[in-house]
Design a protein. Structure first.
Length: 379
């Protein structure tokens, strides 16, 4: 499921009018808080060691002396939900309505003696209803379906250590394929202060426009969900050492298949939960056993969605990048996008402007303040 990446790209390419309307609908205190970036935020973009135990992110598809390739995606564990709604609800409904409309029209054409004003009006109504539903699905619904089916099987990130570049492989609806400099890559796993919010989270890599020269911020959520900040730092250290020191500086990883594996489909539902499950009570484990049919249904739908997609393929210039005598892929610039997309990206460029100084610390809410607020609300 590419819902996070799809929404991220839509947010960055929204038109000026749509953005103004959405800002007017927000409460005053929430209009700009999500858009504040400070110069101190870029201090996290560094390439110093953060761990002594480099551990590869998984699933990792390719690893050699030139590049390594890892799966991306911010909500892979939820993949299958849209497939269930599409194949179990939307498609049967569209099929039934279309079949009824065709049936009414067939009867009116082949047996006109049985027709009346009422049956003809009913036929016209069914044809209009069928046409409307088909249009709405093709115009609006199919782009939701394509978040899990009839698209690339996975989002990919490729680290090329020979050219010191990073490549993102995504559908056009999620930003498309881009080439970025390795030395502009920031990670969410470099600071211990974020450990409390890292359980069950994926590592987020980001490329701020102040470093890349692009008018927008790029983002990639790589690998499986982690069991905490230390695990994510081990994964970042693996990537850092590979790019900075080479493949001999990291342990040899175990590679995963890019085929639609049922093992990956069913295990995705338990990503980031291994430490929690080991320490959970026996009652919680019994509850999990009671709801196992839900896991089977979701895992099956996940597997079906993988089979309904095709294996992503890189452009030739990226496939040959790093080989002797082959050209270095050009970095992505604003000019690589269509004119209408360029206009919308520039219209949203102010989202990423840096404020001077450090990000202010959040004021902790004291227990006295919380109790006073509670007492005031109860009066």
């Amino acid at each position: 499921m590419y819902l996070i990446e799809w929404n991220w790209w839509k947010m960055q390419t929204t038109s000026a009018n749509s953005r103004e309307e959405s800002e007017e609908m927000k409460l005053p205190q929430g209009r700009l808080t999500g858009n504040d970036w400070y110069e101190s935020d870029l201090e996290d973009v560094h390439f110093r060691g953060v761990s002594t135990k480099p551990n590869p992110p998984t699933p990792l598809f390719k690893f050699n002396n030139t590049y390594m390739e890892i799966r991306c995606g911010g909500s892979e564990e939820k993949r299958g939900l849209i497939t269930i709604m599409t194949l179990g609800g939307i498609c049967p409904m569209i099929y039934t309505i279309n079949l009824m409309a065709i049936g009414f029209a067939y009867l009116d054409l082949t047996e006109p003696h049985l027709s009346s004003v009422a049956t003809i009006l009913l036929t016209l109504f069914m044809i209009a209803l069928s046409s409307t539903i088909n249009y709405l699905y093709i115009r609006y619904g199919f782009q939701i379906t394509r978040l899990e089916a009839f698209t690339s099987r996975h989002l990919l990130i490729r680290f090329n250590r020979k050219n010191q570049q990073v490549y993102l492989h995504r559908p056009k609806s999620c930003g498309g394929i881009v080439t970025l400099p390795w030395r502009t890559t920031g990670s969410s796993a470099v600071n211990h202060r974020d450990d409390h919010a890292s359980l069950g989270m994926r590592q987020i890599l980001h490329w701020h426009p102040a470093l890349t020269g692009l008018p927008h911020c790029e983002m990639a959520m790589i690998g499986n969900q982690g069991n905490g900040g230390s695990e994510l730092r081990d994964q970042w250290e693996f990537i850092r050492r590979y790019m900075e020191e080479g493949p001999d500086a990291v342990p040899r990883p175990r590679l995963s298949t890019q085929l639609p594996s049922p093992i990956q489909a069913f295990s995705a539902q338990f990503e980031g939960m291994s430490r929690f499950l080991r320490n959970s009570s026996w009652l919680f484990k019994v509850i999990l056993l009671m709801v196992w049919p839900a896991f089977v249904i979701l895992g099956t739908a996940h597997w079906v969605s993988l089979m309904l997609c095709w294996r992503p393929r890189w452009p030739k210039v990226i496939r040959e990048a790093g080989l002797p005598g082959k050209p270095v892929p050009p970095l992505t610039t604003l000019a690589d996008y269509p004119p209408d997309v360029q206009e919308r990206l520039l219209a949203n460029a102010d989202r990423w402007q840096l404020k001077p100084g450090k990000r202010p610390d959040k004021k902790p809410r004291s227990p006295r303040a919380r109790s006073a607020k509670k007492d005031a609300s109860s009066v």
